[in-house]
Every structure is written in structure tokens, then in C-alpha cells.
Design a protein around this ligand. Structure first.
Ligand SMILES: *[C@@H]1O[C@H](CO)[C@@H](O)[C@H](O)[C@H]1NC(C)=O
Ligand SMILES: *[C@@H]1O[C@H](CO)[C@@H](O)[C@H](O)[C@H]1NC(C)=O
Ligand SMILES: *[C@@H]1O[C@H](CO)[C@@H](O)[C@H](O)[C@H]1NC(C)=O
Ligand SMILES: *[C@@H]1O[C@H](CO)[C@@H](O)[C@H](O)[C@H]1NC(C)=O
Ligand SMILES: *[C@@H]1O[C@H](CO)[C@@H](O)[C@H](O)[C@H]1NC(C)=O
Length: 507
């Protein structure tokens, strides 16, 4: 059984709302042979965890967005959802999707364009790609597969008024009941710049180009050179907030951290998706990546062997990063593989092992939400910790985030080095040991306290869509949907780890 598809097929369940490549220095694809080895025993252990969490969710919370895994209640933080690839689970989800009324949200609550796009729309479209493709045998009723596409269109049509602003940069926070917004006059880099893959995929499958045009128009203001020039402190590295009335940035704060992160991630993924149409996005990724290596890469004074990417405000650096930013290693690795550039692979591996260090340094062997390495700002009591580990915990919670394991996945796919399978296994064992409850897994308050401190009764849908998926994929048999499968990518993973079939030509 493939867990993959499930999440891969990651279906939505929620009632509620309802330059030419530079000279290649990296030779032939690094794909190390006829098939990267899996590890069945470990893959099965991940499936056990997945079925445990699905069982608890289905029993106590389905079809709400999330289970509250300590109290066995439910919550609807978004109009939202998940998925999986076990055949029984796939069909439970598939049977439910046609019943969802996406025209309204529970209690008329606010709907996030970004979250709804990456979790619901991405989940349904990925499910559609898999269930009309390599996993078609999992679906019992083909009508329910067709409904994935119909419901994707319905959802996108309901969301599309978000783009109705003077500039075309979308508003993020929407009310469906009166088709209005929360009145914000700006939107953020990641929330604007992480729509383009899903909306373009929808346009390509349905033949309705409007979906792609809407997302690409918003994105156009984010690409270098941006306005004003002061909001692009180094080529390709830009600010965070953008004015809806004219598409101008309002600050020069940024980095690869939450709020900015997946804008950079999607620049190279759009190229993987369609190398012919998105060469410009790839050029922008290269600018941002080269600027990152030259200007914001940072080595802690106590551990110069480590490499993190700093935040910035203009050209002033801030020595702080996040669990969320730890996808950066994986993104450099993917780019290095598709662009055949060893410098990005080497840099991606350095970032990945430095994020690994945030896991191996704590008592739970799980990394913190926010960490810093500013030697003049070490929190009291963490001096020795900083000296030894090269960072201190600024926010020590763990919210069941995937990014560190996601980077291990790319490191394994690109290098074939089995050490990354071991790292992913260690992380899985730690997460299972520290966060597991009777009905699922829970966020915790302190990765550096014995037992992880307190369980905060929250289980984000990305536990299924990302954490357990990457834990599984890195141990599973090599498959056509894997990154760098026999030297190229036939599928590209969204920021929520929902894979889409690439248009090609494949890289
Ligand atoms: C294409 O999508 C747009 C945006 O949601 C929608 O307004 C329009 O009706 C769609 N066109 C067709 C032919 O479905
Ligand atoms: C739209 O509805 C929401 C939810 O009821 C409400 O908070 C908001 O003020 C309304 N906006 C407008 C412009 O009426
Ligand atoms: C956005 O731009 C408009 C038009 O130039 C301006 O009036 C407004 O003050 C700007 N808003 C912000 C938040 O910068
Ligand atoms: C380090 O912390 C000090 C004190 O808070 C602050 O003034 C300085 O800007 C910080 N430097 C970096 C690089 O984060
Ligand atoms: C995960 O936790 C469960 C419950 O404690 C345990 O039975 C199982 O062996 C654990 N799996 C691994 C791989 O440690």
C-alpha cells in the first residue's frame, strides 16, 4: 500500500466552506543507479503512525479541519483538510469531497486565500493528478475523481474575487458571505507568491487560462526589479509587504523565513513544472540564491562550521531563523539537481546539516520553531547551549512542522547518501516518542524540556500532508513521483507537499 498517494492524493475533507542555465559544473544527473534503496521496515512504521493519526481524526473529528489530539475534539482553523494514500482512506475522502459546499465558511469566518489554495485546492488537484494517473487503481468510483476537478473549479471561482484589486495583487483574508475582505491594504510576499503553481495547474487541467492569469499577474509585481528599488536590498532578495493599490513593496524586511519563504521556493518549482513557460522564474530564483549565498549566509561565532540564512532589514542582517526556513536546504538541492549546478547542491547540503543540528542539539531531538545565533543577544541560561550548538532557542515549541525532514528527502534524492534516511528516521522516532497521543500527534511547548514540555492539543493538517509523507517517501521504494527519479522530475511538490504532474520538458 502506498501511503504516498494518499497524501499524495491528499484529499481535502472539509465541510466547512466551505538566462540560460549557467555553464554546468555539475555533471550528469546525480541519480546513483537503477533505484534508490528503500527500507520497508521503516516505511511500515511510518504507515503505522499515519493510520494511528488518521484513525483518531476520522473517529473524533472528520470532516472538520483538525483533531484536537489531547482532548479528542475538533477544530476548524480554516476551511480545511488532508489526505492519504491508503486505499480505504483515499475512498473515505473521495466519497466526502462531492458533498462539500465551498460557497460558505463555518460561521462566516475569514478564509485565507493562501491557506485554502495550498491545502484544499492543492490537495484536490494533486489527488486528481494521481487518481487519473499512476494511482487510478485506488479510486473505487471514477465519478468521485471527476468531482475533485469540479470542486477545484468551484473553490477557485469562489476565491477569485480576491484578485479584484486595483493592482491585481490579491487580498488574502476573505469573507465569502459578502464577498469582501478584511480591509487590509497590503498582502505579503509568501501569501501572494505561493498561489501560482496551484492556479496554473488548475488552468492547465481545465483549459481555463483565467486561473493562471490571475495568479501570475499578482506574482509579476514580486519579480526583480521590484518597486521601490530600496525594497530589493540585493538582486532577487526582496521585502515582505506589498501595497494592493499599486503593487509596490512597503518595506525591505525579508529572508527565507515564514511570510517570505515559499515565494522563493516556487520560483524554481515553476521551472520544474514547465521549463518552457517559466524560464523567467528560474532566472529570478538564481538571482535570489546567488544573493543569499553572497550576502545573507551566516556562520555562528561559536560554530563556524554551521551555515544558516539570516533575515534582513534593508542590508542590515538579523541572526535569526526558523523551522519554517529549513526547507531552504531542500530547495537549493532541487535547484542544484535541475540546473546541474554543484554550488547549489553543496550549499543546500550545508543548510540541511545545519538544520539537522537544531534537531540533534535538543533534549527531545526535535528542532525549535525559532532560533538565533546573535552572540550579543543570547538569552540568559543558554550561554553554554549556544557555545556548544551554535544557536539558541528563541521560541522552543514544535508545531509538527515538516521542513527539516523535507530537506533530508531532497538530500537523499539528490545524493543517494543513506545517512539522510537515518536522519529522517531519527526525526520520526523522536516525533513519535514525544508528540504522540492516544488519538494522534500534538504540538508541544518545549523541544528542550524532557518529554517536550506540554502538549498543546493541536494537530495541523500538514502532519499528514507533509511530515508523515516525507518520512514515508524517504524510506519507501523508489517511485515515479519521487524527486530526481532516474535523473529528472516527473512530479513537482507544492509547498504543502502535494505533487503535481509536470508539463515538461522534464529536468
Ligand atoms: C474561468 O475562470 C474564471 C475565474 O474563476 C471564471 O470567472 C470563468 O467563469 C471561468 N470560465 C469558464 C468558461 O468556466
Ligand atoms: C462581511 O462579513 C463578515 C462576517 O460576517 C463581517 O465581519 C464583515 O464586516 C462583513 N464585511 C462587509 C464589508 O460587510
Ligand atoms: C498604497 O499606495 C497608495 C497609492 O499610491 C497610497 O495612497 C497608500 O498610502 C499606500 N499604502 C501603503 C500601506 O503604503
Ligand atoms: C544582535 O543583537 C543586538 C542586541 O539586541 C542588536 O542590536 C543587533 O542588531 C543584533 N545583530 C544581529 C546581526 O542580529
Ligand atoms: C511509535 O509509538 C508507538 C506508541 O508508543 C510505538 O508502539 C511504536 O513502536 C513507535 N514507533 C517507532 C518507530 O518508534
Amino acid at each position: 500500500m502506498k501511503i504516498v498517494i494518499a497524501s499524495v492524493a491528499c484529499l481535502v475533507t472539509q465541510s466547512t466552506l466551505a538566462a540560460p542555465v549557467e555553464q554546468a559544473t555539475y555533471g550528469p544527473p546525480s541519480y546513483p543507479g537503477p533505484g534508490l534503496p528503500g527500507n520497508k521496515q521503516r516505511a511500515d512504521a511510518v504507515i503505522e503512525a499515519f493510520r494511528h493519526a488518521w484513525g483518531g481524526y476520522y473517529k473524533y473529528a472528520f470532516p472538520a479541519d483538525e483533531l484536537t489530539p489531547v482532548t479528542n475534539g475538533k477544530s476548524n482553523p480554516r476551511y480545511a483538510s488532508l489526505a492519504h494514500m491508503q486505499k480505504d482512506i483515499v475512498n473515505q475522502i473521495l466519497a466526502y469531497i462531492p458533498k462539500i459546499d465551498y460557497s460558505k465558511s463555518i460561521n462566516n469566518e475569514q478564509v485565507s486565500l493562501f491557506e485554502t489554495t495550498i491545502r484544499y485546492l492543492g490537495g484536490m488537484l494533486s489527488g486528481y493528478d494521481f487518481l487519473t494517473g499512476p494511482l487510478a487503481h485506488l479510486a473505487k468510483d471514477k465519478k468521485n475523481v471527476d468531482a475533485l476537478l469540479t470542486q477545484s473549479k468551484n473553490l477557485a471561482n469562489y476565491l477569485s474575487f480576491a484578485f479584484d484589486t486595483p493592482s491585481g495583487v490579491p487580498s488574502n483574508n476573505l469573507y465569502f458571505n459578502n464577498r469582501s475582505t478584511d480591509g487590509s491594504t497590503t498582502n505579503g510576499l509568501a501569501t501572494i507568491g505561493t498561489l501560482v503553481l496551484e492556479w496554473t495547474r488548475l488552468a492547465d487541467i481545465t483549459g481555463n487560462k483565467t486561473y493562471a492569469d490571475l495568479a501570475q499577474k499578482g506574482e509579476s509585481y514580486l519579480l526583480s526589479p521590484v518597486k521601490p528599488a530600496s525594497s530589493e536590498p540585493w538582486p532577487g532578495l526582496v521585502g515582505t509587504n506589498v501595497n494592493l493599490s499599486n503593487g509596490h513593496f512597503t518595506d525591505a524586511f525579508g529572508g527565507w523565513v515564514g511570510g517570505d519563504d515559499s515565494f522563493y521556493e516556487y520560483l524554481i518549482k515553476m521551472y520544474v513544472y514547465d521549463t518552457r513557460r517559466f524560464g523567467r522564474y528560474k532566472d529570478e530564483w538564481i538571482k535570489a540564491a546567488d544573493s543569499s549565498i553572497a550576502h545573507i549566509a551566516s556562520h555562528p561565532s561559536s560554530r563556524p562550521d554551521l551555515t544558516y540564512l539570516a533575515e534582513y532589514d534593508g542590508r542590515r542582517l538579523i541572526y535569526e531563523s526558523q523551522h519554517l526556513a529549513c526547507f531552504d536546504g531542500g530547495n537549493f538541492l532541487l535547484a542544484g539537481q535541475v540546473l546541474r549546478q554543484k554550488k547549489y547542491i553543496d550549499f543546500g547540503l550545508a543548510l540541511t546539516s545545519s538544520c539537522h543540528n537544531t534537531y540533534t542539539s535538543t533534549k527531545t531531538r526535535i528542532g525549535p520553531e525559532v532560533f538565533g545565533w546573535n552572540a550579543s543577544a543570547i538569552p540568559r541560561g543558554q550561554e553554554q547551549f549556544y557555545k556548544k550548538n551554535g544557536f539558541y532557542n528563541s521560541v522552543a515549541s514544535y508545531d509538527l512542522r515538516p521542513e527539516v525532514i523535507e530537506s533530508y528527502y531532497y538530500a537523499y534524492r539528490v545524493t543517494g547518501d543513506r545517512k539522510y534516511q537515518d536522519w529522517a528516521w531519527d526525526a520520526f522516532v523522536a516525533i513519535n516518542a514525544t508528540t504522540r497521543t492516544a488519538s494522534g500527534f500534538s504540538a508541544i511547548t518545549d523541544v528542550n524540556a524532557p518529554g517536550g514540555g506540554k502538549k498543546t492539543d493541536n494537530q495541523e493538517s500538514f502532519l499528514f500532508a507533509e511530515v508523515l509523507k516525507y518520512c514515508y517517501l524517504i524510506q519507501a521504494e523508489d517511485s515515479v513521483w519521487d524527486a530526481n527519479y532516474k535523473g529528472s522530475n516527473q512530479w513537482v511538490y507544492s509547498t504543502e507537499a502535494h505533487p503535481f504532474k509536470v508539463v515538461g520538458p522534464r529536468v
